[in-house]
Design a protein around this ligand. Structure first.
Ligand SMILES: [Zn+2]
Length: 97
């Protein structure tokens, strides 16, 4: 599933600003999300190169998520009391006490 950069960039509104990712200033940036700082929501803007990279990451992660959904369920972890030692967990180890 490929997408040409021009197609991808056409889906965003570009304006001059700073990129949150590579920290370039006065470059065309697009809003790619938001970040909450001390109760204030600020837009996150990224430049064209970083938007492209973030899209690639997004693809990679969604494909990975699909693979994981299709993979057999992982083995159940051992109950805590059995791992990995026979020392009971109801008191600290002797070297702590
Ligand atoms: Zn950037």
């Amino acid at each position: 599933m490929g997408m040409r950069p021009s197609e991808l960039w056409g889906r965003f509104d570009w304006q001059s600003g700073s990129c949150f990712r590579c920290e370039q200033t006065n470059v065309p940036v697009a809003e790619v999300g938001e970040i909450a700082v001390a109760g204030t929501v600020l837009p996150l803007c990224a430049c064209q190169r970083c938007v492209f990279r973030l899209e690639q990451l997004h693809w990679t992660m969604s494909e990975r998520a699909v693979r994981q959904r299709n993979a057999p369920a992982p083995a159940q972890p051992l109950p805590l009391g059995q791992w990995p030692t026979k020392v009971p967990f109801d008191r600290p180890p002797s070297h702590v006490a």
